[in-house]
Write a protein that binds this ligand. Structure first.
Ligand code: UDP
Length: 407
């Protein structure tokens, strides 16, 4: 039995047989994914699950990570923030460091593969080497570009225009480009350790290991310690609610190998939390999938108070567990949450606090939001749909002039 067949009880037989049919058409093609970290963050989360499944379907997919020094990752974190609309000063030597580091990676990456699937800005400049190879290049952007820094975009745009296609997560992120653009939302894997069903004993064990009280409401945000996830705003909202509802707050985070800002954000978070024994700041290793799954399942409410967000896998993860999710109305989050139907969208600390209190005091309403959210994720944001979109995109690269491809 193929691994893919295990998804039949969740998404149905038709979806799986269609996937197998499309995959057959890509037999023999070598597809290399390139990003900048093997651990931490949503891109690594998805690739970790997607690559083995593609291989199992007979597609020759692999994953490579570009290497860079401390300076390179400082620069690319500035790029990340600036593309999300944050003011950053990017100096000419930053651009030089970026280009030189990517060039040093030419030797390490399998640039002769049939399809180069390049994720985010860090490895985007690899495309400068494409003249030498007769293959297809796709740039997959996981960032919300709707308020991107103009100067930085002027630097990146000519690179993106050397690709055969650019993939964005939401319509608002699309750009004026010569390159054809495709909209594909990310996904979660319902069978991963992060999302699979867990026995109640495992959930209880994790909650007790972190000394969280299972008898009182638990409000959780899972995120890398990053200013754009607004962990300090989460604590401020919790503090506004605490006098009315005796809840606990869990901030479960960790770092990503390509994110140098984590330690500073964590220090700010610890300062804002003070010595409140009901705030649990958990700095977890990147392998803590069962722990995060258990914490999400043990939670009364999940928060994702992001200020900017490409998609926010943590929202889908919370919804898939049937939890009411309160999240910032930014980036890809509104794709996942229809306000007051499949969760709650907020725009401020005060708004988050207001809805947190409301939902803690209205468990039936909160439960309904979670149920609706789960079905929305089942229909739109599971790995099988994501795989189908990618495979169809890859196929279309070999039929550039056709609007219809017969399988
Ligand atoms: N995550 C994790 N450990 C952490 C923090 C986050 O495993 O300490 C996971 C989280 O469960 C999710 C992914 O990392 O699967 C984060 O993806 P998301 O799209 O929410 O945000 P990103 O970090 O990519 O900005």
């Amino acid at each position: 039995m193929q691994k893919l067949d295990h998804y039949i009880p969740i998404v149905g037989e038709n979806e799986i047989s269609e996937l197998k049919l499309i995959a057959q058409k890509l037999a023999g093609k070598k597809i290399v994914n390139v990003n900048s970290t093997s651990t931490g963050g949503g891109v690594a989360e998805i690739l970790n699950r997607m690559i083995p499944l593609l291989k199992d379907m007979g597609v020759d997919a692999s994953w490579e990570v570009i290497k860079g020094g401390e300076k390179f990752f400082d620069v690319t974190k500035k790029f990340h923030n600036a593309l999300h609309g944050k003011k950053e000063s990017i100096a000419p030597e930053d651009y030089e460091c970026y280009s030189e580091t990517v060039e040093q990676n030419y030797e390490n990456i399998s640039l002769e593969s049939d399809i180069l699937f390049i994720h985010d800005p860090q490895p985007a400049a690899l495309v400068k080497e494409r003249k030498k190879h007769d293959n297809r290049w796709v740039w997959r952007c996981h960032i919300d570009l709707s308020e991107r820094d103009e100067q930085l975009w002027n630097f990146l745009k000519p690179l993106v225009e050397r690709y055969d296609a650019a993939v964005f997560s939401a319509p608002a992120f699309a750009q004026e480009l010569l390159t054809p653009q495709v909209l594909i939302a990310p996904s979660i894997d319902p069978l991963s350790d992060k999302n699979k069903e867990l026995p109640q004993d495992t959930i209880n064990e994790v909650v007790s290991r972190f000394k969280i009280n299972p008898e009182r409401p638990i409000v959780t945000q899972v995120s890398r310690f990053d200013y754009l996830k607004d962990p300090v705003g989460v604590i401020q909202a919790y503090k506004m609610v605490k006098p009315y509802v005796d809840c606990q707050l869990v901030l479960a985070g960790g770092s990503a190998a390509d994110d140098p800002e984590g330690a500073k954000v964590l220090a700010d978070v610890q300062e804002e939390a003070g010595n409140d024994p009901d705030i649990f700041i958990l700095n977890l290793p990147p392998t803590s999938h069962i722990e995060i799954n258990a914490l999400q399942r043990a939670s009364t409410i999940i928060l994702q108070k992001s200020l900017k967000e490409g998609f926010g896998l943590t929202v889908a993860e919370g919804l898939w567990k049937g939890k009411p999710v309160i999240a910032g109305a930014v980036g890809g989050i509104p794709l996942q949450i229809t306000h007051k139907y499949s969760g709650i969208l907020t725009h401020s600390v005060e708004g988050t606090a207001y809805w947190l209190k409301q939902l803690l005091q209205s468990p039936d309403y909160a439960k309904k939001l979670g149920e609706n959210g789960k079905e929305h994720v089942r229909n739109n944001f599971l790995l099988t749909r994501h795989l189908r979109d990618y495979l169809l995109l890859f196929l279309s690269l070999y039929h550039p002039d056709k609007s219809l491809i017969y399988l």
